[in-house]
Design a protein around this ligand. Sequence first.
Ligand SMILES: *[C@@H]1O[C@H](CO)[C@@H](O)[C@H](O)[C@H]1NC(C)=O
Length: 299
Amino acid sequence: MQSSQLFLLSIALNLLRVGVAEERFCSAPSIFKAEEDSQSLYWKVTKPTLSPPHLQDLPGFTRSVYKRDHALITPESHVFSPLPDWTNTLGAYLISPAVGAHFVMYLAKMQEKSRSGIPPHDVERLIFVVHGTVTLSNVSDVSHKLIVDSYAYLPPNLEHSVMCDTSATLVVFERRYAFLEDHITEQIVSSTDKQPLLQTPGEVFELRKLLPASMPYDFNIHVMDFQPGEFLNVKEVHYNQHGLLLLEGQGIYRLGDNWYPVQAGDAIWMAPFVPQWYAALGKTRSRYLLYKDVNRNPL
Ligand SMILES: *[C@@H]1O[C@H](CO)[C@@H](O)[C@H](O)[C@H]1NC(C)=O
């Protein structure tokens, strides 16, 4: 063969390969995918398939950003390492006091026969299951099976353990409890779908709170749902800090003067007073978890 013929042949082969690749992409068995979706509510958190692979593969490319008053931490930047005090569990701290937060937010990937550690003294904990199943128990004989969308609040200094036989992913929030005289918090085990919809005057998003709004609790976790096209009315600036995990959907988050395209699996740190605003886009509902400190005098 002459070199020009070889050249043409290689072009033809490449075209064929592209054709095959596209074919595979287009004809991905959508029924199977739909099944997978319905099996696990928040599957995009642990499998952020929406992120274009060609961008993830681009050397040095990340959507993650770290600034003085906010951070966007996207899945391609996650760094997991064994969680101290836990067994067989890998953790990725997405927010910690090093960024100026008074809390931590981390992903805990529990593997076969894994077990949680106890938080430091006076530290309260909230766990929320995004993948798999775990068993929660304390010193009593009653234990709880937590599936996707379930959560548990563990008061400071409550002995407990979270165990997993196969695999599970949790998002965990912890902070040093701000004690108030004559108030104590109690263990809570529930799930998002059991929480009532709350009034949001002037806003269109749907709001649920995972913890009681009462004085003993010094933080809450809001679950906020937006349909595509819905957005925050108030361009919020406030003293509270936030840790956010986008569970479903995609949209634009405004933080200060920056506008970030975001999607399920992305995490955001918002320092006090950073201007913040969200608009949901795409074709499906946006749902996010939002840590917020409440009920304490900021002084
Ligand atoms: C331990 O767990 C049980 C079962 O959920 C619960 O009723 C009890 O209040 C928990 N103990 C404490 C001290 O919170």
